[in-house]
Design a protein. Structure first.
Ligand code: GDG
Length: 463
């Protein structure tokens, strides 16, 4: 079988002892477990100086090869260009963009270093799969190292509309970088459409079927919605009912309804609007007081970036304000937990909740909402309230879809969810679980790998 080489900004080596928060890690481990091969990227360490010599470890059939980042690269490539330029623009948040020339230079430099380091580990005849927005230029840099195997790229986050993209200095180069891949994958039709539009407007690209022809190159494109392992999740959720923590929670909740949110602490996840929506529920639907508890898990993320730290403070204040206004001797309405919890605990909470509240302002896909659905008891399922601006909204029509900026619409949807009759809850659950099974994590990687292999076969037959 052809070896698979995966490259992502962060390599998640098993047994590092910490729970993984981040859809990417969960998804990639699955692909590599099946094919075997190499996972290359940053190992998570910040060192004094930068090096191109990777450290490798082997676990089962996967080799993990990692590089450290120097403090400067961490600040400028990772926090800077990736997370203060590309991330906000691609999430339609121009106000949070902080473009600096040294960020752009570091982004290019680290991508070049990744390429030269990785090329020493390649054997030839492999399938190469690059992940996400930190590595847009990697394909072109690998070509510069003489790599001729097919290289695919998958974008986990949204692709912005052309007009937004134009606000990013150097966007033409980034678009051109993407044209050096053989296969480009997006989460939704919207993202693919936005990319096509951008290359048409910028380079007069020509689109025929799945292929884009541009600047003398041909790139195949496709839509591959990331999914979850439904059976694994459902099994874990069922087992969670038996554990001590779940029993304790059930006892603490008593007759109260639990509303659950769980996200990385990120401004794209719509947490401020979500807290306001919960307050609006307590204000406008007074009968929900005493009877409802909102638990928000906000897993710490990128806290060195000012916007993230500011958001953490703002949410602490909002939770304090809501609790200060509404709490009683025997009831605290908001439980705001700024921690990363073990996966089993999280899934147990999903299972216990009546409402899953997932309201990002923009999200490439969003796996939390899919995990929430898969964790439900099929006989007595909870209800998903989902942002129509999450990629997952294209698949989960059984959710109550809301505009994440419309605080009152979210409050009304929560009320509707809490009043929903069992028959309707089951019907909606069936629609969603069926879709999750069809578009599973396995299907995602199978289709991407199949299309990438076709690129290899096409190259061999035309050689
Ligand atoms: C990017 C895109 C796309 C959350 N809190 C804890 C915890 N989590 C886990 C969830 C879920 C994952 O983290 C988050 O995945 P999302 O998909 O919701 O969001 P991003 O991290 O922004 O992921 C996104 C994804 O890539 C995949 O393509 O869907 O749109 O932005 O699995 O369960 N896990 C644990 N403790 C927590 O406290 N263990």
């Amino acid at each position: 079988m052809t070896r698979l080489v995966v490259i992502s900004n962060r390599v998640s080596i098993p047994e590092s002892g910490k729970p993984q928060a981040g859809g990417l890690a969960v998804a990639i481990t699955g692909a590599l477990n099946e094919y075997g091969g190499l996972w290359f990227g940053w190992g998570g360490k910040v060192s004094q100086s930068s090096t191109s010599r990777p450290t490798t470890v082997q676990h089962d059939n996967i080799t993990y090869a990692t590089l450290p980042l120097s403090k400067e690269d961490y600040d400028d490539y990772y926090l800077g260009f990736s997370n203060e330029v590309v991330w906000p623009v691609f999430h339609f948040n121009l106000g949070a963009m902080d473009f600096r020339l040294n960020y752009a230079k570091a982004y290019q430099r680290v991508n070049e270093r990744f390429a030269s380091s990785l090329s020493t580990l390649l054997e030839g005849g492999e399938l190469i799969w690059v992940h996400d927005y930190h590595l847009l230029p990697l394909g072109k840099a690998l070509r510069g190292q003489g790599v001729s195997d097919p290289i695919g790229f998958f974008l986990h986050i949204p692709f912005p509309s052309y007009d937004l993209l134009r606000a990013l200095p150097g966007y033409r180069e980034l678009l051109d970088d993407l044209l050096h891949y053989n296969l480009l994958g997006f989460q939704t039709d919207n993202d693919l459409h936005a990319f096509r539009q951008a290359v048409i407007e910028t380079f007069d690209a020509v689109v025929f079927g799945d292929t884009i022809e541009c600047n003398g190159k041909q790139v195949r494109t496709g839509v591959y919605p990331v999914g979850i392992d439904v059976d694994e999740l459902a099994g874990e959720a069922e087992r969670s009912c038996a554990n001590e923590q779940a029993r304790q929670l059930k006892q603490d909740l008593g007759e109260r309804d639990l509303i659950i949110g769980a996200d990385r602490l990120d401004y794209s996840k719509g947490l401020v609007q979500r807290f306001n929506a919960f307050e609006a529920l307590l204000t406008h639907f007074k009968h929900r007081r005493q009877r409802t508890m909102f638990m928000q898990i906000a897993s710490p993320s990128r806290s060195a970036i000012p916007e993230y730290d500011e958001l953490r403070r703002q949410l602490e204040e909002m939770a304090g304000h809501i609790n200060g206004t509404y709490a009683d001797l025997d009831w605290v309405p908001v439980h705001y937990l700024n921690k990363t919890y073990p996966r089993e605990a999280l899934i147990g909470l999903f299972r216990s909740a009546r409402v899953g509240l997932v309201t990002p302002l923009r999200d490439g896909m969003n796996l939390v909402c899919k995990e929430f659905v898969a964790a439900q008891d099929p006989d007595d399922p909870g209800v998903l309230v989902l942002s129509e601006l999450a990629g997952a909204a294209h698949e989960l029509s059984g959710a109550l879809l809301v505009n994440p900026y419309d605080v009152h619409a979210i409050a009304s949807a929560i009320e509707q969810a809490l009043n929903m009759p069992l028959d309707e809850r089951r019907e909606r659950y069936q629609q969603m679980i069926g879709m999750l099974r069809r578009n599973s994590l396995f299907e995602w990687r199978r289709r991407f790998m199949e299309h990438l292999s076709q690129q290899q076969a096409d190259a061999q037959s035309s050689a």
